[in-house]
Design a binder for this molecule. Structure first.
Ligand SMILES: Cc1cc2nc3c(=O)[nH]c(=O)nc-3n(C[C@H](O)[C@H](O)[C@H](O)COP(=O)(O)OP(=O)(O)OC[C@H]3O[C@@H](n4cnc5c(N)ncnc54)[C@H](O)[C@@H]3O)c2cc1C
Length: 305
C-alpha cells in the first residue's frame, strides 16, 4: 500500500506539534481486537489546540482523517489506514463538575468517567462502567447498556470541523440513534461534552456498577481480544440469540472465532486477520438470514483498506 504522507510532511508536522507523531504504526496495537495494519501517520494531540493544529495540517494537504478513540469498536483492515489517524486519548480527558453537570474531555475513558460521577454522588453513568471506550467513541456510537445510552444524558458536544473550526452541537443536533450519531459521518470531531446527571448516593452507584461488571464477567469473553458485540441487536431479540440458535457458536475462520461464551462476540484466538473476521461476519449474516429472515447489521466499524 502506498502511503499518502511523505517523510518530509511528517517531519514538518513534528516540528510544530507538541503531541506525538509517528509513521506506519500498526493499528493492531491500538485496537481491542488486536487487528489492523499500518496507519500512514498516527497523531496523538496533547491538547485541544494541538488537535486543531493537526486538523489544519491534514486539511492543508488534503489528507483523509480518521479519528481514533480507544479502538474498542473497530475492525481495521489488514492494509491499514491511508492518511492521518488522530487519536483522542488521555491528554484530552479533562473533567469538571458543576452541580449536577459534568464537562469531560472526549479522551476520558467511560469507566473512569462513570467512577468519577459516582464518587461525586451523581447518578446516571453506572451503565458505562464496563464499556472500554472513550467518551468520544461513546458519543459517536451512542454507546449504551442496561437500557441506557450516552445520548440520554448529553446536553451539548463541543466539536472541531476537519478545517479546525470549533462549534457546539446540542443534544438534538447530535441525532443520537441506534449505535450512531451526527459524529458517525466523520466530518466533525468531539473534543468535549457536557452531560446532565442527577443527585444520587455514591455507595449505591458504586454497588450498581459492581453488579453490572460482575454480570459482564459471566456473559462476555472479556479475557479475549474482541470489539464487543459484532452486530446490532434487531428489534425484540438479541443478535447473539439468532447466531446461537443457528448453531454457529464456536465456528472459526482462521484466527477469528464466534465466542462460545457470547455468540455476538467474535474473538481473536491468535493472529486473526481483518479478512478472517469479515469472512466470518458474512457467513453469520447469510446463515441467520437463511434460517430466520433477519438481516443483521454490523455494530463494529470497519475502517481502512
Ligand atoms: C469487551 C467490550 C464490551 C463492550 N460493551 C459495549 C456495550 O455494552 N455497549 C456499547 O455500546 N458498546 C460496547 N462496546 C463497544 C465500544 O466499547 C463502544 O462502542 C465505545 O463507545 C467505543 O469507543 P472507542 O473510544 O473505543 O471508539 P473507537 O472504537 O476508537 O471508535 C469508534 C467510532 O467513534 C469515532 N470516534 C472516536 N472518538 C471520536 C471523537 N472524539 N470524535 C469523533 N469521532 C470519534 C471513530 O472514528 C469511530 O467511528 C464494547 C467493546 C468491548 C471490547
Amino acid at each position: 500500500m502506498v502511503s499518502l504522507v511523505t517523510d518530509s510532511q511528517v517531519a514538518s508536522l513534528k516540528r510544530n506539534f507538541a503531541g506525538k507523531v509517528s509513521a506506519n504504526e500498526m493499528m493492531r496495537d491500538y485496537t481491542s481486537f488486536r487487528i489492523g495494519g499500518p496507519a500512514d501517520v498516527l497523531i496523538e494531540p496533547s491538547s485541544v489546540d494541538d488537535l486543531r493544529e493537526a486538523l489544519k495540517w491534514a486539511w492543508s494537504l488534503g489528507l483523509p482523517v480518521f479519528v481514533l478513540g480507544n479502538g474498542t469498536n473497530l475492525l481495521v483492515a489488514d492494509e491499514g489506514i491511508r492518511g492521518a489517524v488522530i487519536r483522542i486519548g488521555s491528554s484530552l480527558s479533562s473533567l469538571e463538575f458543576d452541580g449536577d453537570t459534568v464537562t469531560a474531555g472526549a479522551g476520558i475513558s467511560l469507566p473512569a468517567l462513570a467512577r468519577a460521577c459516582a464518587d461525586r454522588g451523581l447518578t446516571g453513568m453506572e451503565w458505562a462502567a464496563g464499556i472500554p471506550g472513550s467518551l468520544g467513541g461513546a458519543l459517536t456510537m451512542n454507546a449504551g447498556a442496561y437500557s441506557c445510552t450516552i445520548g440520554d444524558i448529553v446536553r451539548e458536544v463541543r466539536v472541531l470541523g476537519l478545517d479546525g473550526q470549533a462549534s457546539v452541537r446540542t443534544s438534538e443536533e447530535m441525532h443520537f440513534a441506534q449505535r450512531s450519531s451526527r459524529l458517525s459521518q466523520g466530518d466533525i470531531i468531539a473534543y468535549e461534552a457536557v452531560l446532565g446527571l442527577k443527585p444520587g448516593d455514591a455507595d449505591e452507584s458504586r454497588a450498581q456498577m459492581s453488579e453490572y461488571m460482575a454480570d459482564r464477567k459471566v456473559k462476555q469473553p472479556l479475557h479475549m481480544p474482541s470489539a464487543g458485540c459484532i452486530f446490532q441487536n434487531p428489534a425484540g431479540r438479541g443478535a447473539g440469540r439468532y447466531i446461537d440458535a443457528a448453531g454457529l457458536k464456536g465456528l472459526r475462520i482462521g484466527g477469528a472465532e464466534i465466542s462460545p461464551v457470547h455468540a455476538n462476540f467474535i474473538v481473536n484466538v491468535g493472529n486473526a486477520t481483518a479478512r478472517d473476521v469479515l469472512m466470518l461476519m458474512s457467513h453469520i449474516k447469510r446463515v441467520v438470514y437463511e434460517k430466520f429472515g433477519v438481516e443483521l447489521v454490523p455494530e463494529v466499524r470497519v475502517v481502512g483498506g
